[in-house]
Design a protein around this ligand. Structure first.
Ligand SMILES: *Cc1c(COP(=O)(O)O)cnc(C)c1O
Length: 225
């Protein structure tokens, strides 16, 4: 078994039935993704639209592509016809542009609202108040080609496990409040995307349904992203 296959098998065997693994393959060559695919992995996460398009073109059709990075509106066109979940909706404008592009392809595209839960300025994401403004807006209510299925967040880059746990707990509580206020009758609003290579066991304990794991599967990345 390849090292990649090994890691995938190991991580998957540790997951509860309610949590799915996204293999974050950004910067990695298609040969690595193919190894993961051959080990049974079908869900991949990328953070650059052009890189995702190039990989999508050459890899098998039954892969589910999750977009996890900051999405510029002028790049939506490279992913909209096949992307299965966009994790990084952080403005009404971006959601609106995704809706317009999805309508042109006659699709309804699943999206997550990304929240700012870390104590770093550099990470994208909404506050709870901003999400309420978005969800109350007439623009949102008129969007027929997107579906919000949950929330996403990234914890602070720190060794402080208590802090990380607290931030994941905060995201879970944001999810619960949104569920109650806006999606109570909506079974598809169920995803909490949190947890990466270093912190996914904590994220699972705090209710993650989607973990985004890169370096623990594919090894360290060669350049900063
Ligand atoms: C790169 C990335 C990951 C995976 O990070 P690892 O530490 O390599 O597991 C997860 N989520 C997002 C948004 C990323 O950009």
């Amino acid at each position: 078994m390849s090292a990649i296959a090994n890691e995938i098998t190991k991580i998957k065997s540790s997951l509860p039935a309610t949590t799915r693994l996204i293999a974050v393959s950004k910067t990695k060559p298609v040969e690595d993704l193919q190894q993961a695919y051959d080990a049974g992995q079908r869900v991949f996460g990328e953070n650059k639209a052009l890189e995702m398009r190039d990989k999508h073109e050459v890899l098998p059709n039954d892969i589910q592509w999750h977009f996890i990075g900051h999405l510029q509106t002028n790049k939506i066109k490279y992913i909209i016809s096949y992307v299965s979940l966009i994790h990084s909706i952080d403005s009404c404008n971006l959601l609106n542009e995704v809706n317009i592009a999805a309508a042109k392809k006659d699709r309804v595209v699943d999206c997550l609202l990304q929240f700012h839960i870390a104590d770093e300025d550099t990470k994208y994401g909404l506050s709870f108040d901003e999400a309420q403004v978005l969800l109350n807006s007439p623009e949102y209510k008129a969007m027929n080609n997107i579906r919000i299925v949950g929330v996403m967040g990234m914890a602070t880059f720190t060794d402080n496990q208590d802090q990380i746990r607290q931030e994941f707990r905060n995201l879970k509580s944001i999810f619960d409040r949104l569920k109650e206020q806006y999606f109570a009758d909506n079974d598809s609003f169920k995803e909490i995307s949190m947890g990466m290579s270093d912190d996914y066991p904590i994220a699972i304990e705090e209710g993650s349904t989607l973990i985004r794991v890169g370096s623990a599967i594919f090894g360290k990345r060669n350049y900063a992203v």
